[in-house]
Design a protein around this ligand. Structure first.
Ligand SMILES: [Mg+2]
Length: 352
């Protein structure tokens, strides 16, 4: 097939681009084999979550093939490999990358495609320890349902991603003494206990929290003071705190910025509890706003957390890349998003 020339390009059904090759002997018969349909690359982490995806892989491949995708799969071999696999998928002009894994694997894939001019669409099968991004897109953990969202719901939607210095994030970037605790949770403990591991570790660390004097420039405003932590949310689903940034939209070009000012331990616990309920936004210890561009300069050493992982040291400039990558979202997501937009509009009208 190496010397074949694409002779004809046309659409078969709604979603199948087809190329017939000039020297393909079977083309007169128009058998299925001569159609080069849309191509999908599944990138999966074989050790992710409870390893159930690997057992279902054959079935998943079959469903994509039946839906008209020429499909292949790549098992990641370790940290950074999903980024390489995604880069290769870009070079080979795959239409779709299906990521089976958690936030970490999706983040790596985004790193592999974010700077490319041609960016494949991304579908998600949540199979990780933490699946905050999938939760934000209302994609369930059930593998069959997640595949159905890509193939049947079929809504590729251009969403924002964040860039900080030369790294990318999908959910959140943050810093402060508190966020450092997430790196201390041993991997084994993470897999076995999921989110719970973070909270247990978090409670253990609470007495050691200390405020850091920090300058935060956001769009044309400036905050300067002692802070416990700052969070820059792209989605409204942050570390299991779904109501932390309840009105965050993932396509408006704005981050939701939360700055927790200096507090003592009882205040901190009160705000954290309110954060779970979504009643924290009015708190005087909290600054909550939206911004496109944020620059964080701490006066002392402060580590940067990107999507729950260590992201180097601050200072950092965080930029919203609006509607940069197309992700497959669910019908449920679109309904919820419409609701949020309606509520925001009502609030705006009410305040006029
Ligand atoms: Mg936003």
């Amino acid at each position: 097939m190496g010397s074949s020339l694409p002779l004809l390009l046309f659409s078969r059904k709604k979603r199948c681009k087809a190329i017939i090759y000039a020297n393909d002997r079977t083309r007169d018969g128009f058998s299925e084999e001569v159609f080069f349909l849309k191509r999908a690359r599944i990138i999966y982490n074989p050790t992710s979550g409870r390893e159930t995806f690997r057992r279902e892989l054959a079935k998943v491949l079959e469903r994509f093939e039946e839906a008209g995708y020429e499909t292949s799969a790549h098992a990641t071999t370790g940290e950074g490999d999903a980024t390489n696999a995604a880069r290769i998928a870009v070079e080979r002009r795959y239409d779709l990358i299906v990521v089976a894994g958690g936030d970490g694997t999706i983040n790596e894939v985004v790193h592999g495609i974010a700077e490319a001019e041609f960016r494949p669409e991304i579908g998600i099968i949540p199979a990780g320890t933490t699946n905050d991004f999938a939760r934000a897109l209302a994609i369930p953990r059930d593998i069959n349902k997640a595949v159905g969202i890509i193939l049947n719901d079929n809504h590729p939607k251009a969403l924002d991603i964040g860039k900080v210095n030369d790294q990318y994030f999908i959910n959140i970037a943050g810093g402060g003494d508190l966020t450092e605790l997430t790196y201390d949770v041993p991997i084994k403990m993470k897999s076995a206990m999921g989110q719970l591991a973070y909270y247990i570790k978090g409670i253990e660390m609470l007495p050691f929290l200390k405020p850091v004097t920090t300058r935060i420039e956001y769009d044309d405003k400036v905050f300067e003071g002692d802070i416990m932590l700052f969070l820059i949310a792209n989605t409204n689903s942050v570390g299991g705190f779904e109501k932390l940034a309840p009105d965050a939209l993932i396509d408006d070009g704005y981050f939701d910025l939360l700055i927790l000012k200096k507090t003592n331990l009882p205040e901190f616990l009160r705000i954290a509890t309110a954060g779970i309920r979504g009643t924290h936004l009015e708190d005087e210890n909290l600054l909550y706003t939206q911004a496109k561009r944020i620059k964080v300069t701490p006066k002392e050493k402060m580590l940067l957390n990107i999507d729950g992982e260590y992201g180097g040291e601050l200072p950092g400039e965080i930029i919203n890349l609006q509607q940069h990558i197309k992700f497959y979202v669910s019908n449920e997501f679109l309904t919820k998003e419409l609701e949020t937009k309606r509520n925001l509009l009502q609030l705006e009208e009410g305040s006029e």
